[in-house]
Each structure stands twice: as C-alpha cells, then as structure tokens.
Design a binder for this molecule. Structure first.
Ligand code: NDP
Ligand code: MG
Length: 389
C-alpha cells in the first residue's frame, strides 16, 4: 500500500485528489489530511479514508474537529506546528495543495522526509524556487508538477532533455474577463471575478486567472521548475483550455499536450507516474470541437505578465516579494479596498519600493529570509493600499 498525505485536502485540488484515491482506496494508506476552515469536510474525508491524522490549520477549531472525529480512530490536531509535524510523517506521496505561501513549509517538510511531492502549490516555487529545488536535491526527493500547464510540459519532455528545448509555451484561458473592456474590468466585483469560464477552482486562483496573475506566477513556476531562461517562456491565450502547454524543440517541432480542462488528469498523472492509468476524465472528441484558437495576450490588459519578467530578471527574493504583494492585493480586492485593476498597480508599486533595496539584493535565500521578505512585502502592500484611499 502506498502511504499518501494530502495538504489542502478540503480545497478544490484536495477534493479532486481524494476523489481519485477514494476510487481505489485499498491501494492507499492515508497518513495525513489537512484543511483550514472546512472542518466538517476534513473530518468526513478523514473518517472515510481512515487517515492516521487530520489537521486543521486553525487552532481555534480543534474542539470541533475532535468532536467530529470522536470514535473514528483518527487523531485530531490543529495549528501550524501540528501541520508541519504531520508533513514530517513518513509518506511515499504527498499532495501540496494549500493555497498561498502558507503551503511552502509543509511542502519542504515533505521533501525533507524524502516523499515524492505532487506540487499544486505554485506559490512555493514563486516564493522560494531555489530553496524548494535544492531541498529536493538534498534529500533525494522528487517533485512532480500538478499545475496543468506544468504537468503538460513535463509530459512533453518525457525522453527529452532541456538541451534540445528552444521554448516553452503555456496557455491561458483568459479567465472571467477575457472579452471585457478595460473600463468594465475597472468596475469588476469579486463575485464577477470568481467565476471561471472553463475551470472549476478555488476562489483565489480563479480571480488570479481573470487578472493573469495566475499566469504570471506560472511563468515563474516554469522557470524555477524546468530551469529554463525567462526569455524561453511564452504565454498564449487559448480560450478553449484544451491545449495546456507546448514544448518547442530546436528542430522546430512543437509538442502540444491536449486534454479536457479537468484537474484530475494532472493530479492522476502525478499520482500514477511513471505509469499511466485510466482516469475518470472526459475523452475529447476533436471532430466535434472543430477548432482550437490561440492569440497573443494583450499586455495593456494584463500588466501581471510584464511584472513576472521583471521579477525573474531581478531573481533572488523578488519572487517572494511578488507573491506576497499579490496575495495582499488580492485580499484588498476581496475586501473591496481596491478595484480589480488596482491589484497590478499595488504589486508594481511594492516591487518598485522593495526591489531596489540593497539588503534584499544581497540576502541569501533561506526559510528565514523568505519569511522576512514575505512579511515586508505584505506590510508594504498594505501601506500602498492605505495611501491610495
Ligand atoms: P482552495 O481555496 O480550493 O483550497 C485551499 C486549501 O488550503 C483548502 O484546503 C484550505 O482549507 C487550505 N488553506 C487555506 N488557507 C490555509 C492556511 N493559511 N494554512 C493551511 N491551509 C490553508 O484552493 P485550490 O484547491 O484551488 O488551490 C490550491 C493550490 O493549488 C493553490 O496553490 C493553487 O494555485 C493551486 N492550483 C489549483 C488549481 C485548481 O484547479 N484549483 C490548478 C492549478 C494549481 P479550507 O478550505 O478548509 O479553509
Ligand atoms: Mg495552471
């Protein structure tokens, strides 16, 4: 039996992972499941899968979790320390699907015990890519991408090596406001930004898709994971969300990955790797679909993509600044402190204020400097937003 743990089990990726594991429950020994506020879901899944431990990140919810797990034989735990302890428990395969920079440390703990890390939490690679990759090397642990574009590139590279790769193209659906005017986008509400035309995902990544911050994070994720240069990475708007990525080789060939917009494909690929197993996803009927379309992203509508290139050029801790400023700006949009288009303005302002700092430029990347930078960027973003109001 394979020992598996799922961090962020109550979220969109977590629930899709549980769906795949529950279909073949005898094959898995579930070690840990983690959640946040959705304690009822966490307890129900932990009972059903007979996990060793269920952890809620919110310490105040422990009594509720304990009550929900009474008599089940599943241990209840809560808080940051318990979460990290659960991530250190030996497992063969660990899903990293907490949203935001909060997912970084549990992922590192899983790598330190040598687990194969199925990485949905792109923020880990954006915030601390060098640290994540070096931790994997140090502990001889493998990372398998779960973000659909990166899974697609990974699959396109089977049997290849990076020396033959000229470029990597990741696609973007364009999100909720693909066909909106800039004036309408300026007035967009969190509710409008929270519905995605093709994918069913958590609220934060859905809004990031509408602003292209998600794609900006993914460009950085591509650079960190595949080790390519930033000018080798391109973004194409592809409204149908069926071609997830293309790898362009030195001989002019483009290897495209085509599949339905269902995260259970990328999760299942990472779960069964290096084999392929049947997955409960739709089989595409290309004759029926008829055509797939592509266009260049509009840089005026999507400043986030330009910012990603500035961040990659700066290197070091710039990714930690970028991600934290983006998370804070998103909170500002959700609480209606700033408008939709102002998110990019706030992030740009934070980058301007912090990236010139010598101290940040010279700092070595450690977990401590990453935390300090994250904290500084969040506070700077709060200040920038307060100054605007
Ligand atoms: P969701 O918002 O649906 O789920 C997030 C999960 O993290 C939940 O289990 C939530 O708990 C938990 N959580 C939230 N805050 C914290 C915290 N501070 N500490 C610990 N746990 C916390 O997100 P998604 O599933 O959509 O996304 C998860 C990750 O996967 C993100 O990094 C996202 O970018 C990435 N991803 C997602 C895709 C998708 O299709 N959804 C596609 C590609 C990548 P609770 O809900 O119980 O509060
Ligand atoms: Mg993606």
């Amino acid at each position: 039996m394979r020992r598996v743990s799922i961090f962020g089990a109550t979220g969109s990726i977590g629930q899709n992972t549980i769906d795949l594991i529950a279909r073949d429950a005898e094959a898995y020994d579930v070690v840990a499941l983690s959640g946040g506020q959705n304690v009822a879901q966490l307890a129900a899944d932990a009972r059903r899968l007979q996990a060793d431990v269920a952890v809620t990140a919110d310490e105040t919810r422990l009594p509720e979790l304990r009550a929900a797990l009474a008599g089940s034989g599943v241990e209840a735990a809560a808080g940051r320390r318990a979460l990290l302890e659960a991530a250190s428990r030996p497992a063969d395969w660990v899903m990293s699907a907490i949203v935001g920079a909060a997912g970084l440390e549990p992922g590192l703990r899983a790598l330190e015990q040598g687990a194969t890390l199925a990485l949905a939490n792109k923020e880990s690679l954006v915030t601390a890519g060098a640290l994540v990759m070096s931790t994997a090397r140090k502990y001889n642990a493998r990372i398998l991408p779960v973000d659909s574009e990166h899974s697609a590139v990974f699959q396109g590279l089977v049997g290849e090596d990076m020396s033959g790769v000229e470029r990597i193209i990741i696609t973007a659906s364009g999100g909720a406001f693909r066909d909106w005017s800039l004036e309408d986008m300026a007035r967009a509400t969190p509710e409008q930004a929270s519905s995605h035309p093709n994918w069913n995902m958590g609220q934060r990544i859905t809004i990031d898709s509408a602003s292209m911050f998600n794609k900006a994070l993914e460009v950085i994720e591509t650079k960190e994971f595949f080790g390519c240069a930033h000018d080798q990475i391109e973004v194409l708007v592809h409204p149908e969300s069926m071609v997830h990525a293309l790898v362009g080789f030195a001989d002019g060939a483009l290897m495209a990955h085509v599949g339905p917009p269902d995260m259970r494909h990328a999760i299942g690929y990472a779960l069964h790797w290096p084999k392929r197993k049947a997955l409960p996803v739709e089989r595409l009927d290309l004759a029926k679909i008829g055509q797939l379309t592509f266009r260049e992203p509009d840089s005026e509508r999507y400043p986030a993509l330009r910012l990603a290139h500035e961040v990659m050029a700066a290197g070091g801790l710039a990714g930690a600044v970028f991600n934290a400023a983006k998370e804070q700006a998103l909170d500002g949009f959700l609480s209606r402190e700033i408008g939709f288009l102002q998110m990019a303005e706030v992030v740009e302002e934070v980058l301007e204020r912090l990236l010139s700092s010598q101290c940040l430029k010279n700092a070595e990347m450690t977990l401590d400097t990453v935390h300090e930078t994250d904290h500084l960027a969040r506070n700077t973003a709060k200040k920038v937003m307060a100054e605007r109001n």
